[in-house]
Ligand binder design. Structure first.
Ligand code: AMP
Length: 461
């Protein structure tokens, strides 16, 4: 769960990267970093915290016309300063910075092999394996060394890299995570890449196209060129459309907003309920709830108000904070709920802990009935490709039926969108095929379990 951004050929490269990262902040809130390149030297600012705080007063330290940026939420390695991205390395051919969104499934295995050969790692991040492989490659050019390194890694990776004179954007052969190419409206020779198109809107860039699965796009002063790594079956992450991406982004040619409206409409058709109001769980359930209200002709009410100054509850890695977080984040509106039969719409049900609190909160505010509708199928399997999901034993739907879950949540009824309904909702014009391992348990790439749990050996203040 991370966001990446890159820019080539702009006098204010760091500034625009900062703005791009602001738009991608929802993809990771633990740390942020920008690395710029100027006359053969890389300049980095990387810290724990929100984008707005990390770069306060830092632009003077980030000269150059090429930059890459990253916002991070930990899915591999600890939430520690040494794991903040973009990672940088100096090796015999020069310097390189790398930002990664995704998760490598064979990183621990490769790390063991590299350490056996004497490699020293300075982070716990799976991403560092790519830099180590790059430095060891005997190929003559940077792009060939990168192809060589990526030939050995498996899993999900959308990458941005910067060298002394190039910006590179790479998407893994399945295209699990999004990555788009854009161009600044007022600087047509300035190219940008980002995890989501919402980053382009802010900086007045237009989308050119998606980076293709398995593509390495190289941008330098000679222009753009592409190298194709290899292409496997396209498996774009359907959970990006369900939950993770911003609704104002367009992913693989399908607007997230349209997909979520269609999910809500389909859910209303599949699991209708007699009710007085449709209430979304803000912000994740808002668009699907609009679709539900539209298709069911039940009035839409903002019966829950979100405090925007608290981060996403689930995204705080510690359980104690997560439990406290629901109340911190959401408050019911009794005048919209009192005496009403309420349909609550949320995008997904994971552990069930948030939803249980929400159901109780709405009932305590005076609702006469509370029906929960989830605009995706039951989450039954963990994600190994970059979405933070708990272990299978914590996934409530992995071991309970919807009726059992409804009883636990204290809801009058619970229904999920069917897998077929979800496929229908995300069927854009692009013919994208999806990874739905979290809902189906069908994994496009086998996860290779780490040989042993890695101990923390250095914790920096
Ligand atoms: P739970 O109470 O565990 O079932 O959490 C469900 C809530 O978490 C829903 O409102 C989702 O929008 C949200 N959610 C789902 N997946 C994630 C994730 N990977 N990270 C953060 N929040 C999530």
């Amino acid at each position: 769960m991370c966001g990446v951004f890159g820019i080539f050929n702009h006098p204010e490269a760091a500034n625009l990267t900062y703005l791009g990262l602001h738009a991608l902040q929802h993809r990771g809130q633990e740390s942020a970093g920008i690395v710029t390149s100027q006359e053969g030297t890389l300049h980095a600012v990387r810290k724990m915290g929100y984008v707005a705080d990390v770069f306060d007063g830092a632009f003077g330290q980030l000269p150059g016309r090429i930059a890459v940026g990253h916002v991070r939420y930990t899915t591999a390695g600890g939430s520690l300063p040494k794991n903040i991205q973009p990672l940088t390395a100096e090796y015999r051919h020069g310097s390189v910075a790398l930002g990664h969104n995704g998760n490598l499934v064979n990183a621990e295995q490769l790390r063991e092999e590299l350490e056996h050969d004497g490699a020293i790692f300075s982070s716990q991040s799976d991403t560092e394996v790519i830099l180590q492989l790059l430095a060891r490659s005997r190929e003559p050019t940077f792009v060939e060394r990168l192809c060589d390194a990526l030939g050995r890694v498996q899993g999900a990776y959308s990458l941005v890299l910067v060298t002394e004179d190039k910006l590179l954007a790479v998407r893994d052969p399945h295209g699990f995570r999004p990555l788009v190419l854009g161009r600044l409206r007022n600087h047509p020779d300035c190219y940008v890449v980002a995890s989501e198109t919402c980053a382009f809107d802010l900086i007045e860039a237009d989308k050119v196209r998606d980076i293709a699965p398995g593509e390495i796009l190289v941008i330098d002063h000679t222009g753009l060129r592409s190298v194709q790594l290899r292409r496997d079956n396209r498996r774009f992450c359907v959970f990006e459309h369900v939950y993770f991406a911003r609704p104002d982004s367009v992913l693989d040619d399908l607007p997230v907003y349209e997909a979520r409206i269609a999910m809500g409409e389909q859910l209303a058709r599949e699991a209708p309920v007699e009710a007085d109001v449709v209430v979304p769980v803000p912000d994740s359930g808002v668009v699907a709830a609009l679709g539900f209200a539209k298709a069911s002709r039940i009035p839409f009410e903002m019966g829950l108000i979100r405090n925007h100054y608290v981060g996403r509850t689930f995204i705080e890695p510690k359980d104690s904070i997560r439990h406290f977080g629901v109340k911190l984040k959401l408050n019911p509106v009794p005048s919209a709920l009192r005496g009403k039969r309420v349909v609550v719409v949320d995008d997904s049900l994971v552990r069930g802990t948030t939803s249980r609190k929400i159901v109780k909160m709405i009932r305590a505010a005076g609702a006469s009935e509370v029906h929960l509708r989830i605009s995706s199928p039951p989450v039954i399997s963990p994600c190994y490709y970059g979405i933070d999901t708990p272990t299978r034993s914590e996934l409530i739907a992995a071991s309970h039926t919807p009726d059992e879950i409804a009883r636990y949540l204290t809801a009058d009824s619970l229904a999920y969108l069917s897998p077929e309904g979800l496929s229908k909702a995300v069927r854009g014009d692009s013919g994208t095929t999806y990874c739905d391992a979290c809902f189906s348990g069908r994994y496009p790439i086998r996860f290779i379990p780490p040989p042993g749990r890695r101990q923390l050996r250095l914790i920096e203040a």
